[in-house]
Each structure stands twice: as C-alpha cells, then as structure tokens.
Design a protein around this ligand. Sequence first.
Ligand SMILES: [Zn+2]
Length: 125
Amino acid sequence: MAKSAFIKQTDLQKNGIDSVDSNTLFLESGIVDEIYLVSCKKNSHVLDKIHDLFGVNKNQLKSKCLYCGRTYQEEHTEKVYTLSSLGKKMLTGSKWMTIWLTNLLIRNGIPLNPSFGAYQMQERK
Ligand SMILES: [Zn+2]
C-alpha cells in the first residue's frame, strides 16, 4: 500500500476542530477525502484503507491480518481525512492561489478582462 498523509478525526479535535461539520466544505469540494484505516490491534500497523465502510466489499473485511490473524472486521477501524487527488492537484503549482486570488478579486468587485490574455485588471475611469 502506498503511503499517504492523513489526519485522524481525534487529532482534528486536538487541533481545536471539534466537529466534522466544520470540515464539510473541504469534503463537499472534493479537496479532502474521508476514509477509514484498518489497523492491527496487536501492533497498530495500518493494514488497509477503506473509502466507504458501509459499502465495502464484504470479502475485504474477511481478509486476515498478517500480524495477528484476526479478520479486518475484528481489527481497529478509524476515520481519517486525507488530501484527495483534486487537493493534491490544487497544491501543485499553487493553482489554489490563482483560484483564491481570482475569486477574491471578483467578490470585491474588481473587474477582470480576459481579452488581454492572462486576466489583466481593467482600468477604472
Ligand atoms: Zn492484527
């Protein structure tokens, strides 16, 4: 399994984010994925990640842990948040900054004129 960065729901609470609802914007925008990690109860090694715990293939939960022999269903499962492929794409080349700045300018009534190529600001008269 490829390694990926994630944060546990309990760690979010330690960072002052006391509700998953406060992450809804990130989840709905597709920037962050909510997944479940299956880890061994004996040694805490991460065994697998499951995107939809309730829609999961039942055979996946019957898989046996390599360390203790329990089924994945018997092991520890924890909800975590990770950057989605869209989120990773947004961070590449600072695309988020271009989108954020463009949105900020438009929301504050600063006109943009795309006819000059790369969105130059129109002169106000
Ligand atoms: Zn185990």
